[in-house]
Design a protein around this ligand. Structure first.
Ligand code: ZN
Length: 151
């Protein structure tokens, strides 16, 4: 009986999958490495939302504790201003908990290079339910190079 049901469901899904397969975006990792499976899953969700996303930096040594353990990604969406991406992501609810999302605004600053979005998990895999901290960095003297997220 179980087998029959599985076969029936498989056939059904196969026949109609065109109608309810969610759009699959492309995550372009290049050479970048992300250790956090939860972050990789989230990047796929972001790609599904925008169509594609490019990871410009993942695991790396240096000052950022989240990049150092592979639970942070710097991303760009081809053809979209990073501030627009930041705003749309915030509105979408895709990253409403468990993340620090930082928009590095244009400008020359000692703490970041280039305009991009930084996305890091509070915990590598665990879900905390803690509200995501949305940070804009570098648009004025008060938010230039915050040494730690303000929330
Ligand atoms: Zn970063």
């Amino acid at each position: 009986m179980k087998v029959a049901i599985v076969i029936f469901l498989s056939l059904g899904l196969g026949a109609h999958s065109y109608y309810f397969r969610p759009p699959q975006g492309i995550v372009n990792y290049g050479n970048q490495v992300i250790y956090s499976n939860a972050l990789r899953y989230k990047l796929q969700e972001i790609a599904n939302f925008f169509g594609s996303v490019t990871v410009t930096s993942g695991l790396r040594q240096g000052g950022d504790p989240h990049h150092a353990v592979g639970q942070a990604a710097d991303i760009v969406v081809p053809g979209l201003d990073p501030k627009v991406v930041y705003d749309r992501l915030r509105m979408s609810g895709i990253i409403s908990t468990d993340y620090i999302v930082m928009y590095h605004a244009p400008g020359v600053r000692p703490c970041s290079t280039g305009t991009h979005l930084h996305i890091a998990r509070y915990q590598k895999e665990m879900f905390t339910g803690r509200a995501t901290c949305w940070v804009i960095e570098g648009t004025n003297i008060f938010n230039r190079c915050p040494s730690r997220p303000p929330c």
